[in-house]
Design a protein. Structure first.
Length: 258
């Protein structure tokens, strides 16, 4: 079972890129972020024609998350993160697919920091941790997939000082991610590639893609109930270099059969 996460950065503008990658990579489940489309603008017919069922929570102009399943219909279990009823930003969705609960997370960026946007990021992280802990307690097979907007350690960002003030690498951001993983989650890519510099995001500015000046912001965390099934994990890096590409590349895991 191949599960991927992909910040598509505008699903309608980059629909050809998405469909081409899905045809080539054949993921069984895809968690998408930054749809930048309202619910009514989601390209459901094109996704269905490609052989995927879908659930989504869109938002006009920005945000938006979705879960796609190949030759299956995802069973929606939640379309927002609990803990703050007044938060209407489309940043979280979860669904059951073939016996596994998969999320699509678009954690707040948090810039500029310090300030209210960074406070919102940390508060959102705290809510995610509380919700994630319920999965651990119930011993459920879960993949927390998404764009966390955190490069967890120094090896997850190219050697530079230019991001030192950015919310993506602040000590509090990294501590929040580490605290989440410490509940018992397996950071799949780092588990299988403990010392390799692997990136999932290359900013459009300053020639960062040709220089391989990237960050690992997109993560797939496996619950203890499913971690032993981890067989492979990686990033389809070449997707970032295509014409009209998102500034992210798909990250993925392969789970062995039970």
């Amino acid at each position: 079972m191949k599960i991927a996460t992909f910040n598509i950065n505008n699903i309608n503008r980059r629909l050809p890129n998405l469909l081409a990658w899905m045809r080539a990579a054949k993921p069984d489940v895809v968690a998408l972020q930054e749809l930048k489309a309202s619910d009514g603008e989601f390209p459901a017919s094109a996704i269905e024609k490609a052989g995927y069922g879908a659930v989504w929570h869109g938002q006009k102009t920005w945000n938006g998350v979705a879960i796609l399943a190949r030759n299956a219909e995802p069973i929606l279990t939640r379309d927002r993160l609990p803990g703050k009823p007044g938060d209407h930003e489309a940043r979280y969705i979860e669904a059951a697919v073939r016996g596994v609960i998969v999320t699509s997370i678009y954690l707040p960026n948090g810039n500029p920091q310090p300030g209210p946007k960074f406070d919102y990021k940390l508060d959102w992280f705290a809510r995610l941790k509380r919700h994630a802990k319920t999965f651990i307690k119930q011993d459920l097979p879960v993949v927390l997939a998404g764009d966390y907007n955190v490069a967890p350690t120094e090896i997850d960002i190219y050697p530079t000082r230019s991001w030192d003030k950015d919310a993506l690498i602040q000590p509090k951001s990294r501590a929040a991610f580490a605290s989440l993983v410490a509940q018992g989650w397996c950071d799949a890519i780092r588990e299988l590639h403990p010392e390799q510099r692997i990136y999932t995001f290359w900013d459009y500015k300053r020639n960062r893609w040709p220089r391989d000046a990237g960050l690992r912001l997109d993560h797939l965390l496996l619950s203890p109930a499913i971690a032993s099934r981890l067989a492979k994990a990686g990033v389809d890096k070449t997707v970032r270099g295509e014409d009209g590409a998102s500034d992210h590349a798909p990250a993925w895991v392969v789970l062995k059969q039970r």
